[in-house]
Design a binder for this molecule. Structure first.
Ligand code: COA
Length: 254
């Protein structure tokens, strides 16, 4: 079965991360499929809202580290950047149902969703510094904007995980529900949106986002350049080597 499943019903397209054995970590091939699914949903007149979901036990462990090392993103047309541009500019209502770990892009993609419903087991983390990297998906701009600077520093400099209730408090999620209900709550909200006039929804979303849209795209590009440079530096090599060897990284000399 595919690692990305799409299903459309009653005006709602649901995109499911389906790679449970690897904690829904995302490969280049999956980024490509996600970008294609969003592009198709944007163009499809029958799609009026999109829900992104994982599994009740895990949303996503972020980039697949092995895949990432074997085919690092190089230019702006790399699948990960295609996905980030597609999600950052997605013109219709975009919802997410998040349960369990949401690491790296598993968290940062949520800043581009309009409504986020979390299971009470959701655990968010943006451990880019711990991997010798820097924020991506515009998160260096969007996290301080949403959390306030000091809480953003906690999330992005320390890379500490935070749970669903904390995410609710800072405004990253709309509602916390039992994990078994997260997808049905997101679906119910998506269907409510799908019953509303699509042009009004799209114009409203465009107006809400227009002041930051260009800034976000420019920041994604800037972050991508820094990220690519850091990926080749010793700290990232140590962090990724440690992950593959299942040991703690040692940054004491770096
Ligand atoms: N890339 C590649 N493989 C991954 C992965 C990732 N991002 N995340 C998990 N996996 C693999 C594990 O290596 C493990 O493989 P194994 O069965 O061959 O040992 C398998 O998926 C199960 O993961 P495990 O760590 O045992 O599950 P867990 O429930 O104990 O923990 C997470 C889940 C998500 C908290 C943990 O896997 C994790 O922290 N992953 C790395 C997250 C990360 O740093 N992502 C990169 C962000 S840029």
């Amino acid at each position: 079965m595919s690692n990305i499943l799409t299903h459309s019903e009653a005006g709602v397209t649901t995109v499911t991360l389906n790679r449970l054995e690897r904690k829904n970590s995302i490969t280049a091939a999956m980024y490509q499929m996600l970008a294609d699914a969003l592009t198709a949903a944007a163009a499809d007149p029958a799609t009026r809202a999109v829900v992104i979901q994982g599994h009740e036990t895990v949303f996503s462990a972020g980039n697949d580290i092995g895949d990432f090392l074997s085919q690092p993103p190089t230019g702006p047309e790399a699948p990960v950047f295609r996905f980030l541009r597609a999600i950052a500019t997605f013109p219709k209502p975009l919802l997410a149902a998040v349960c369990g770990p949401a690491v790296g892009v598993g968290t940062t993609m949520l800043f581009h969703c309009d409504l986020v419903y979390a299971g009470d087991n959701a655990a968010f983390a943006m451990p880019f510094v711990n991997l010798g990297l820097c924020p991506e998906a515009g998160s260096s701009l969007l996290v301080p904007g949403m959390f306030g600077y000091h809480r953003a520093a906690e999330a992005l400099l320390l890379g500490d995980p935070f749970m669903a209730e904390a995410a609710l408090e800072v405004g990253l999620v709309n509602r916390v529900v039992p994990p078994s209900e997260a997808t049905s709550v997101a679906q119910a909200q998506a269907r409510k949106l799908a019953a509303k006039p699509l042009r009004s929804l799209m114009e409203t979303k465009r107006l809400m986002k227009q002041d930051v849209q260009q800034q976000v795209l420019a920041r994604i590009e800037q972050e991508s350049a820094v990220f690519a440079r850091l990926l080749g530096e010793p700290a990232a090599k140590e962090a990724f080597g440690a992950f593959m060897e299942k040991r703690r990284p040692d940054f004491s000399r770096l």
